[in-house]
Design a protein around this ligand. Sequence first.
Ligand code: ATR
Length: 277
Amino acid sequence: MTKRTIPLAGVIGHPIAHSKSPRLHKHWLRRYGIPGDYVPLDVAEANLEEVVRALPKAGFVGANVTIPHKVNALSLADQVSDRATLIGAVNTLTFLEDGRILADNTDGYGFMSNLRQNAPSWDPKSGPALVFGAGGAARAVISALSDAQVPEILLANRTRPKAEALRDEFGARVTVIDWVRASECLGEAALVVNTTSLGMEGASEFRVPLDGLQKDSVVTDLVYAPLRTTLLQCAEEVGCVTVDGLGMLLHQGVPAFERWFGQRPEVDEATRAAVLP
Ligand code: ATR
């Protein structure tokens, strides 16, 4: 094993140029005066294992993992956290000095921490959550909401069988509802979450009618480009507390940075400003 001098970390993905993680971690490194670096690593699927095995020898203490490697990275780890096992995907690898690789998934943690910080009045046990989407991001959200003992998760996905598969996996708290009838459930939702790519720059708009939305609901969108999505703007007009998706990205980095660099970092306005263009 190479003797570590300046600790390095990075984010492995393909493509990777768009990732905000380098700005986030570099900001924290500067802020806490830690002599380390964090770099983007553009790695094709076929090279994932070779790169991951080489990183510790090159001085890396860990790496974030993003699309398309989040599922494949599971098999490279010597130890996988319970939450990564449950979500079925990895976003954080830690390289131990003894050569072992730990895998974790902090997306659900980031989702909940973002809500706790920006919608502190929301009580997870207060009522059902209405979740749009049944892809990878939805898995992290559903597992976090289940953990937080949200009484019921109403799950709507364009492709209904994918929602049914998540219900079968995550259990009794999840009720699948029809995508086209989801708006009928808005009245009972204490929390509304968009995990789909609808509303993202370059994607189609989120067009679910929001007439039934109640002003005491909290509405959050995992999309963060743009920051104020149409869903959040409509919810604001109704009077809802709204939480944008940038905070989830920032909070998911907290456990990784702490583990790699030994400092628990703050998420605040300065952190947000550091990652915005
Ligand atoms: P991620 O990892 O970001 O969740 P994903 O696994 O590709 O990405 O999931 C994308 C989600 O957005 C899915 O729920 C997808 O719905 P389908 O399962 O029906 O594909 C949803 N989505 C993407 N485009 C959509 C559209 N035009 N209308 C409705 N849902 C859409």
